[in-house]
Every structure is written in structure tokens, then in C-alpha cells.
Ligand binder design. Structure first.
Ligand code: 5GP
Length: 113
């Protein structure tokens, strides 16, 4: 796939406020936060969209969710946070490297806009 901005963040070619990193994933603050806590959790493997993930990515996808929960807890929001994945332009995806949005610290409406 074409290299995205997030590949550059993984490779430390452009800076980001990193809150967690391991061999499989990176989590960093969103540059345009939509809540007091807005972190993006991304796989280091460049999967463009969730729909592009394969069976062999099952463990990796679970890892992203587990880390999202751990980060929410670590930041003091274990009882109220939202996880969001936008898939495709029609759903608002702008960076085509899979990412889980972790949002917390404000009230959320349902259904989401
Ligand atoms: P999407 O709209 O694809 O679901 O989310 C992409 C997110 O990436 C947006 O919330 C946007 O603010 C964030 N973003 C775009 N460029 C950068 C950047 O250079 N650094 C960081 N930290 N976040 C970015």
C-alpha cells in the first residue's frame, strides 16, 4: 500500500505525542482532538481499512482493542470512553492506515453523528 502519514509517525519521521508503543502497535494523541482524551491506536502493520484486515490479523486486532482499554484505564477513564473506527471515505476515514479512535472526557451522544 502507499505510505501514509501514520507510517511516518511509526518510523519517527514526523513527531507525535506517543502514549504507548510495543512491537505490534503505536498509540499517540490526535493532532485535532475531539475530546479531552483523543488517542489513535494503530497497528504497525499497514492495514489500510478494517475491511482489509485478514484472518491472520485476528490477534493483532484484539491487541489494539486490549491496548485501547488499558490506555483508557491508565488515563483515568475506564468507566466512560468511546472507541471508533471509520472505514472508508463515506464514513469519514481520512488516513488510510487502520486506526482506533479512543475518545474520553466528555459526554457522548447516541447515535453518533
Ligand atoms: P480518520 O478521519 O481517518 O478516522 O482519522 C484520522 C485522524 O488522524 C484525525 O482525527 C486527524 O485529526 C488525525 N491526524 C491527521 N494528521 C495527523 C498528524 O499528523 N498527527 C496526529 N497526531 N494526528 C493526525
Amino acid at each position: 500500500m502507499t505510505e501514509t502519514l501514520f507510517s511516518k509517525i511509526i518510523n519517527k519521521e514526523i513527531p507525535a505525542d506517543i502514549v504507548y508503543e510495543d512491537d505490534l502497535c503505536l498509540a499517540f494523541k490526535d493532532i485535532n482532538p475531539q475530546a479531552p482524551l483523543h488517542v489513535l491506536i494503530i497497528p504497525k502493520k499497514p492495514i489500510p481499512r478494517i475491511v482489509d484486515a485478514e484472518q491472520s490479523d485476528q490477534e493483532l486486532l484484539g491487541h489494539l482493542l486490549l491496548k485501547a482499554g488499558e490506555i483508557a484505564k491508565q488515563e483515568g477513564y475506564e468507566n466512560a470512553f468511546r472507541l471508533n473506527i471509520n472505514n472508508g471515505e463515506g464514513a469519514g476515514q481520512t488516513v488510510f492506515h487502520l486506526h482506533v479512535h479512543l475518545l474520553a472526557g466528555r459526554n457522548f451522544i447516541w447515535p453518533p453523528g
